[in-house]
Design a protein around this ligand. Structure first.
Ligand code: NAD
Length: 287
């Protein structure tokens, strides 16, 4: 049975936290959407843009009265934020997060609480953009996008349902996955492509005539490298947090690229056409 949520506290009012706040406010998911950010300018902006109902400056009351607390901070900050809220946490409060990696978030919770609280339901919205900051908030960011929840076996089922309901209210499709599977899949579909885009643009930018090269870049280059404009700190944190899975994917990709390189060196049309045809067909099967 669903009940009206009284207070949601979003910690980290950047692109994801701000977009979630905006969407929840629009859908009247809770009576009050409160925001907290270590950057007071972001918080004030959130208030000015009416993204949040309340700007929280002191976590004491805001944490103890929240029904749901959402961590939307860079994944490396998870442990510090959980430590900061722990003294004021109400036993019934449901906590979730939006971090792009999940095993390290679970480890942070274990470290702070001894074991992962049953009301802590890790999550990851598979939506975003290369933009960051509260000014880029978009209430439609999650519409028709997937949100992956990675509850543990001992997680409270009604807490999981509540967080699923919260994301569904933003227009997202919610699904569940194991923590390890999440980090493996996302290393392949999100983390590796970001690393490739950063690396390609950096490699080309280091060339002496890079300004000239970029001048001639067309749609393909733009499509492929858009995500190289993403936030460096966020992606630094993701690489550290999901190091092993990402290295596996980089190695896998490097092997594939070496095969393609060899086909080009030897003008092996059959191999090249095989790779391109398989890739084209695979790419056309998802949208
Ligand atoms: P962002 O940089 O836009 O916002 C992060 C906010 O957290 C900033 O306002 C910052 O001031 C605040 N912050 C940082 N440390 C803090 C602390 N210790 N206490 C309080 N506030 C703190 O980043 P974002 O893109 O919104 O990402 C937030 C989370 O969502 C990250 O964990 C990221 O992995 C995840 N995520 C991002 C995307 C994306 O495309 N940007 C997509 C899915 C998930």
């Amino acid at each position: 049975m669903s009940f009206m949520v009284n207070r949601v506290l979003i910690i980290g009012l950047g692109l994801i936290g701000g977009s979630l706040a905006k969407a929840l406010k629009n859908k009247r998911f809770a009576r009050v959407i409160a925001g907290y950010d270590r950057n007071s300018d972001d918080l004030q902006q959130g208030l000015d843009l009416e993204i949040i109902d309340e700007a929280v400056s002191d976590l004491t009351t805001a944490v103890s009265t929240a029904d749901i607390i959402v961590l939307a901070v860079p994944v490396k900050a998870t442990e510090a934020v959980l430590s900061a809220i722990k003294p004021y946490l109400n036993v019934n409060t449901v906590i979730t997060d939006a971090g792009s990696t999940k095993a390290n978030v679970i480890q942070a919770a274990q470290k702070v609480f001894g074991s992962v609280p049953v009301n802590f339901i890790p999550g990851h919205p598979i939506a975003g953009s290369e933009k960051s900051g509260v000014a880029s908030s978009d209430e439609k960011l999650f519409v028709k996008h997937k949100v992956i929840l990675t509850p543990l076996a001992e997680s409270n089922k009604s807490a999981t349902r509540l967080i699923a309901r919260m994301w569904q209210s933003t227009g997202a499709e919610v699904l569940q996955m194991g923590v390890e599977r999440h980090d493996e899949v996302l290393a392949a579909t999100s983390h590796l492509p970001h690393i490739l885009a950063f690396s390609l643009v950096d490699t080309l930018a280091k060339e002496q005539d890079s300004t000239d090269i970029f001048r001639y870049a067309a749609g393909g280059f733009r499509d492929f490298t858009r995500i190289a404009a993403s936030d460096p700190t966020m992606w630094h944190d993701v690489c550290i947090a999901n190091k092993q899975e990402l290295i596996n994917q980089i190695d896998n990709f490097t092997d594939g690229l070496a095969v393609l390189r060899q086909a080009i060196v030897t003008s092996d049309s059959q191999s090249m056409l095989g790779i391109f045809t398989r890739a084209k067909s695979a790419r056309e099967h998802f949208n």
